[in-house]
Write a protein that binds this ligand. Structure first.
Ligand SMILES: NC(=O)c1ccc[n+]([C@@H]2O[C@H](COP(=O)([O-])OP(=O)(O)OC[C@H]3O[C@@H](n4cnc5c(N)ncnc54)[C@H](O)[C@@H]3O)[C@@H](O)[C@H]2O)c1
Length: 204
């Protein structure tokens, strides 16, 4: 068990890729916090993990809500005694040509992908520093962290932005044993290619 005794927060873990990550981490012995906007689905995921013999709690968290993030991380620390791993995974997709993108949609995209990464990082990292054990922060990237596609201006902007954030956190965290990485591009390209897209548009 590679993660035995580690405490992990995975945002957007009520479904999709985040849920898969949570399941794998739980199998490797981590204590999981399933943080998601969808509290019922988050609790269902936590239940499923507990039923398989793992440790998990659900946390109602909108990653764009500063207070919800701070309170959620505090609850995880109170329950598990710390936080060793943050997977900032929560994300959405909205597609339009740039001239049709509403400002509110643009801001919503950047808020979930980038502000969410910032807020969760800022809430978790002091606990990683304080523990003396360091930690790992993983931002969910995409092929769009390195490439561009039409119709996805805020998504591509956000996913590229996470690389910059990870580089800064890696430099600031190094002295404390905290690593930061952007994951996703290759594995998710494979997943996307396997699944295809019902609309004939590769959304992510
Ligand atoms: N699906 C793909 O092929 C693909 C490819 C590359 C990257 N990604 C990235 O992987 C991540 C997860 O994607 P997915 O396909 O599993 O999506 P999904 O829609 O299946 O799951 C996203 C989860 O995030 C939650 N969420 C949405 N907004 C939130 C918020 N403000 N606060 C907290 N939780 C919120 C949702 O409730 C949901 O449970 C995203 O960051 C996405 O950009 C996905």
């Amino acid at each position: 068990m590679k993660l035995k005794g580690k405490s992990a927060i995975v945002t957007g873990a009520a479904s999709g890729i985040g849920k898969d990550i949570a399941r794998v981490y739980a199998r490797e012995g981590a204590k999981l916090a399933i943080a998601d906007l969808n509290k019922d689905a988050a609790e269902a995921t936590a239940n499923e993990i507990r039923a398989s013999g793992g440790q998990a709690i659900s946390i109602a968290m909108d990653v764009t809500d500063e207070r919800a993030v701070n309170d959620g991380v505090a609850a995880v620390v109170a329950t598990f005694g710390g936080v060793d791993i943050l997977v900032s995974n929560a994300g959405i997709q909205i597609v339009h040509p740039i001239e049709e993108f509403g400002y509110a949609e643009w801001k919503k995209m950047l808020a979930i992908h980038v502000d969410g990464a910032f807020l969760t990082t800022r809430a978790c990292i002091p606990h990683m520093y304080k523990s003396g054990r360091g930690g790992s922060i993983i931002y969910m990237g995409s092929v769009h962290s390195k490439e561009a596609s039409v119709l996805k201006a805020p998504y591509v902007t956000a996913k590229h932005g996470l690389i910059g954030l990870a580089k800064v956190i890696a430099k600031e965290g190094a002295a404390h044993g905290v690593r930061a990485n952007v994951e996703g591009a290759r594995a998710l390209r494979r997943r996307r290619d396997q699944e295809g897209d019902a609309q004939g548009d590769r959304r992510w």
